[in-house]
Every structure is written in C-alpha cells, then in structure tokens.
Ligand binder design. Structure first.
Ligand SMILES: *Cc1c(COP(=O)(O)O)cnc(C)c1O
Length: 378
C-alpha cells in the first residue's frame, strides 16, 4: 500500500455517498421539486411505510430530527410534572434534554465499562424499587440494550419505556429490532448516523396507535388532520425532499451494513492484542450494526492526538451527562464512576461504508503506530 497518498480521513463522507448514488438521488428529488409540494404528501408517507416495514413496526411517523423524535415521545407519554425518568449517563445530550422540556427529572444511570450501555443491574434496581416513573433506554454505538429483564420488570410496574434507537437502525437482539420492548423507538437520520440525511431527519416507530396519532398531531401544531387543533404542538415536519432522499438510502441499508461489517472485521483484526486497548464489547445475542467503531484506550488523549497528526479524524462519544450544567439541579450527590471512566477513555474511529480498503488499513496502522505497538506484517 502507498500510505503517502492518504493525507486526511474525515469522520464522515456523505460526498462519496452522493457520488456513488448520484442518479438515484437526483431521480428521487426531481418529482418533489417539479410537483411543488415540499412538505408532507406522498414522499413522506412512502418513506414512513418503508421504514415501518423495515423495522417491523405498525407505525412510523417522520419528524425533523432524532431529537424531535425523543422530544415528541416524551410529550406523548404525558407524565405528571416532576416525574423521574431514567437515562444513561453516557449518551448524546438529545436522549436526556427532552426530559427537562416536559418538566420531569432525569435520573442518571451508570454504565457498563465493557459496552458503554446502561448498567443493566443498576437500571433494573431503579425499576424494581419504583425509583423511576419512566425509562429512556439507549441502544448505544450500534448495539441494543439487553431488555430481557428490564422490559418485563417495567411492564409489571406500569413504567413506560422509550427506546432511543438513533444509533441502532439495522441492529437487533436475538432477532428483535428496536421498538419491540418500549412504547416507541426514536430514530435519527442525522448525517452521521447509519442512514444519514442530507440535512436533518428523524422518525418515531411504534405499534401503539394512540402514540402514533399523538406524535402526528404534535409534529404539526396539534392538528388532528382536519384543521382542528387538539393540543399544543410544534412544527417538526420532515421535508418531502429529505423523505424522498431517505427512501433511496433505505434501499442501501443492508449493503452499507455489510460493508461496515467488513471494515470492522479488518480493524478488529488489525487492532487485536494491544495492551491497554480494546474495542468496546458486543453482548452475546446482539447483532451490532457497526454504526460507531468505539475503542477504549488507556491513553485516549494521546491516541487521539497522534491520530489527528496522522490525519485521522476521531470523536469522543460522549462527555458524561451528569456533569453537564443544564442538569445541575438534578445531580447533587449523583455518582456514575463507570460513566466517568468510559468518557475519559473512549474514542470513535472513522467508520462508514465509503472508506476505501487502503484507508481502513491506514487507520489500523495509525492506531498501532500511535500506541507504539509493533506493526503487523499484512
Ligand atoms: C443522534 C442522536 C440523537 C438525536 O438525533 P438528531 O437527529 O441528531 O437530532 C438522539 N439520541 C442519540 C443516542 C443519538 O445518537
């Protein structure tokens, strides 16, 4: 391989994705532009139908972003003010901030240092003690939280669960996709997600007719469809162009996931056996969609710097939530030591289907080189 040709590997490459599917994207967009109806209408309905079918859900409601999906799901729960809502301490801010929007109280759950997911025992304990009134489960990095014990325990006690599946399109656990154990699942089409919009997009999938109807109303001013405004709502519509583009992308989900798997396997192999370094673990029974390739490194900041020097862009997923200023009123005495450790040690490497084979090898070598590990002959 000629390393000298590679100078910079960005964290995402939607430009390459566009180049690879240019004709299909243009063909999908043209009728929307020519027809002139740019909000709602057939492209959005068609996208919702495809998404629901893909995720095995009865209903899909397209919204403006994954954040909208979590927010409208929280509104649809209609919890009494001050209700306590469990949420992992390691996740994107959008999993938790909606709790404040509906005047509820976040209860941060410590996480499992192996996977980064919420600590199952800690979450189960909160549910069993009825120390929470609702739960936001986050399927982090691309694998699902084990719901085998959590879901029945919550159901038994009437504690509703929202699944934040922003990172888990294409993931499954023992064959079941997100949305099977919660009231609904929030999906994101942020450009960095496995199906990234050319802009923002999100959706909520559910089998619950009432939740679907409520979220449809909430996404457009509480309109019941007959210009009767039945609740205070928002304007969180998915644009018709985005829906048309996302429908094209849905066709690629399996091919893209297969390519991410190949890349992940190459990296797994290239990075095996380095002391003080590992990829975050996948739970038995989980199909990981390889959305994020997250590693744990003793000297994370050193690794991040030398990768930056080698032109490899990385990200930290995430700063812990229980130390964010907006949650200060709810974090007195809260301690999530594992989450703190995860946040200090994880690093996400570039991971997208458009990485070339040479780039993947380059990333592997750059990591090994940074860590002073002996280069493997390949
Ligand atoms: C990306 C993400 C969201 C928010 O989705 P947006 O489309 O960016 O608004 C919510 N939760 C998690 C876990 C995410 O990764």
């Amino acid at each position: 391989m000629d390393d000298s040709a590679i100078r910079h590997i960005p964290f995402m490459r939607l430009d390459r994705q566009f180049a690879a599917h240019r004709d299909a994207f243009m063909a999908a967009m043209m009728p929307v532009l020519e027809g002139g109806a740019v909000l709602q209408g057939p492209p959005v309905a068609a996208f919702e139908a495809k998404l629901a079918a893909m995720l095995g859900a009865k209903y899909a409601v397209a919204v403006g972003s994954g954040t909208d999906a979590v927010l409208l799901a929280m509104h649809a729960l209609d919890l009494p003010e001050g209700s306590r809502v469990a949420v992992p301490a390691i996740t994107f801010i959008a999993s938790a901030a909606p709790i404040l929007h509906v005047r509820c109280r976040p209860v941060f759950v410590d996480c499992d240092p192996q996977t980064g997911l919420a600590d199952e025992a800690a979450l189960l304990d909160l549910i069993e003690r009825r120390a929470v009134d609702a739960v936001i489960v986050v399927h982090l990095y691309g694998q699902m939280q084990n719901m085998d014990r959590i879901a029945p325990a919550a159901r038994e006690r009437g504690i509703p669960i929202i699944e934040d599946a922003a990172q888990a399109v294409g993931s499954s656990r023992n064959g079941a996709q997100p949305g099977r154990s919660g009231i609904c699942a929030a999906i994101s089409f942020d450009p960095m997600k496995v199906i990234g919009a050319f802009g923002s997009g999100g959706a909520l999938v559910t089998d619950d007719e009432r939740v679907a109807r409520t979220v449809r109303q909430l996404r457009y001013h509480g309109d019941d469809g007959k210009q009767r405004y039945v609740r205070p709502g928002f304007n969180c519509q998915m644009h018709s162009i985005q829906a048309a583009l996302l429908s094209v992308k849905l066709e690629q989900v399996q091919a893209w996931q297969a390519r991410r798997r190949v890349i992940a396997n190459v990296l797994d192999d290239a990075l095996a056996g380095i002391p003080g370094f590992r990829r975050m673990t996948t739970l038995p029974g989980n199909l990981h969609n390889d959305h994020k390739y997250v590693v744990w490194a003793e000297d994370r900041d050193g690794l991040r710097q030398s990768l930056a020097d080698a032109g490899v862009q990385t990200k930290v997923h995430y700063p812990v939530l229980h130390r964010q200023p907006l949650f200060a009123p709810f974090t007195d005495g809260v301690s999530c030591p594992n989450a703190d450790a995860i946040s200090a040690h994880v690093l996400s490497l570039p991971m997208y289907p458009e990485l070339t084979d040479d780039e993947v090898v380059y990333i592997g070598r750059a990591v090994r080189g940074s860590l002073g590990a002996v280069q493997r002959a390949r």
